[in-house]
Design a protein around this ligand. Structure first.
Ligand code: CYC
Length: 126
């Protein structure tokens, strides 16, 4: 898992360079937006259940076949697994906001999940 700072250092370390103007600017922006990113994460945390509910209403409104017989989120167990997964995405998204880098989301969720979803017949596009 990398955040904006470790990611930047890794990039410069690979090529053996001191942090240049661009690096300093991007560090500055990371620290300048720190309070805003933390408060965004706080808002997400406090409203996670409502955000997941809203997102699920929108998803199943747009793709009702998911919750019809034959759909991957059909049956109470699979419906609950789907909502739980959305809660996972949101949680990892909140980590990414705090880290100022999407690495944690890519690594733990987006890449890690593809094979699992394929083997479960869970459609990735939705
Ligand atoms: C790193 C955090 C993390 C994630 C993200 C995660 C996902 C995850 N989702 C799963 C299942 C599932 N995921 C879904 C999700 C959906 N079906 C749909 O039609 C929708 C498109 C979608 C909801 C948006 C469903 C329905 C299952 C159950 C599938 C089954 O058992 O047949 C499974 C299989 C094991 C289980 O049922 O618990 C995993 C590992 N596990 C983790 O630890």
């Amino acid at each position: 898992m990398r955040d904006a700072v470790t990611n930047l250092i890794k990039t410069y370390d690979i090529t053996g360079r001191y942090l240049d103007r661009n690096a300093i600017d991007s560090l500055k922006s990371y620290f300048d937006t720190g309070a805003a990113r933390i408060s965004a994460a706080g808002v997400i945390n406090a409203n996670a259940a409502a955000i997941v509910k809203q997102a699920s209403l929108q998803l199943f409104g747009e793709l009702p076949e998911l919750i019809r017989p034959g759909g991957n989120a059909y049956t109470t167990r699979r419906y609950a697994a789907c909502l739980r997964d959305m809660d996972y995405y949101l949680r990892y998204a909140s980590y990414a906001i705090v880290a100022g880098d999407t690495n944690v989301l890519d690594e733990r969720v987006l890449q890690g999940l593809r094979e699992t979803y394929n083997s479960l017949g869970t459609p990735i596009a939705p």
